[in-house]
Design a protein around this ligand. Structure first.
Ligand SMILES: Nc1ncnc2c1ncn2[C@@H]1O[C@H](COP(=O)(O)OP(=O)(O)O)[C@@H](O)[C@H]1O
Ligand SMILES: [Mg+2]
Length: 284
């Protein structure tokens, strides 16, 4: 009998996110709030925790009403908080085994954060904002500048590099925040209500950018309570009382997100976008 060695790469590489039996409880005794609990054990009623895999290249929207556990989940996925129980593997690394310093490194290298409130530094140019995570990572000045400019081009803001937050529209500020999140070439982009403070035009602008980033291979996890925003994702999770109650696939992981719309095409074809949204390399 002949033995054939299968040299193909596995069909499913390590998921970016793998969580198993994850719970988060606040408070003690009767006052305990199970912010993340998953299904209950049928015998004891104890929380079994949330389990979930997110593949590389996926675009996942996490939905749920206020208090359902979205931010708790986001904070754990972003290594900003630790679970009460359960395991979390980020890009194959069990983050439960890391100390505070190692977690800070993981946050800097593997995760790009985008927040509802932009969190830009006042009176600081777009270029300097985007250079900041590279400064923390110890990248030298010239290289920092080069990568930050590449990230700003990627979001279509190269010619606004010298502008401060108060000289930019809300949508442009959020795009600077996206460039800052991407400049370290993270394994995933985590966005908590990134369009929550934007008008409808800027919302389209930022969603088009996120669509384009996902189309060029970046994994995106986006928290939102708006159906209009969730329509952009390939997969939609719904949380109720700390439990995933539905998990809907809207588009395959491979291939473009479902809503590569006219606004995206416009942005990608625009003056800065030509080298920008669609075709540019990940700043490495
Ligand atoms: N630091 C905290 N201390 C006590 N309870 C908290 C804390 N953070 C969140 N919670 C509770 O956990 C639940 C989930 O909260 P959260 O994750 O912020 O929900 P969402 O982001 O979906 O609005 C809520 O009942 C909330 O009151
Ligand atoms: Mg929240």
């Amino acid at each position: 009998m002949r033995h054939v060695i299968d040299k193909r790469v596995p069909a499913h590489p390590v998921p970016v996110i793998r969580i198993r039996g994850l719970t988060k409880a606040y408070g003690h005794g009767d006052a305990t709030v199970h912010a993340l609990r998953g299904p209950s054990d049928p015998e004891t009623g104890a929380p079994r925790g949330v389990s979930l895999d997110i593949e590389q290249g996926d675009f996942v929207a996490v939905m749920g009403s206020s208090g359902s556990g979205k931010s708790t989940l986001m904070n754990i996925l972003g290594c900003l908080d630790v679970p009460t129980a359960g395991r979390y593997l980020l890009d194959g690394t069990d983050v439960g085994h890391l100390d505070e310093q190692q977690l800070a490194l993981v946050r800097n290298r593997k995760i790009g954060f985008v927040f509802q409130s932009f969190n830009l530094v006042p009176r600081t140019t777009a270029l300097a904002q985007v250079e900041l995570p590279l400064a923390y990572a110890g990248v030298r000045t010239a290289e920092r500048r080069r990568r930050a400019m590449a990230a700003l081009s990627l979001v279509g803001l190269a010619e606004r590099a010298g502008h401060k937050p108060n000289e930019l529209s809300g949508g442009q500020q959020q795009r600077v925040a996206v460039a800052r999140a991407l400049v370290t070439a993270p394994a995933m982009l985590l966005a908590d209500e990134p369009t929550g403070n934007l008008d409808s035009r800027s919302t389209e602008e930022v969603l088009a950018l996120i669509d384009g980033l996902n189309a060029t291979g970046r994994t995106v996890v986006l928290i939102t309570h708006e159906d209009e925003v969730a329509r952009h994702a390939k997969r939609v999770l719904r949380l109720v009382d700390g439990q995933i109650v539905s998990d809907l696939r809207q588009a395959p992981v491979e291939g473009p997100p479902p809503f590569l719309d006219a606004a995206y095409t416009e942005l990608a074809a625009g003056p800065a976008g030509a080298a920008g949204v669609a075709g540019a390399e990940v700043p490495a």
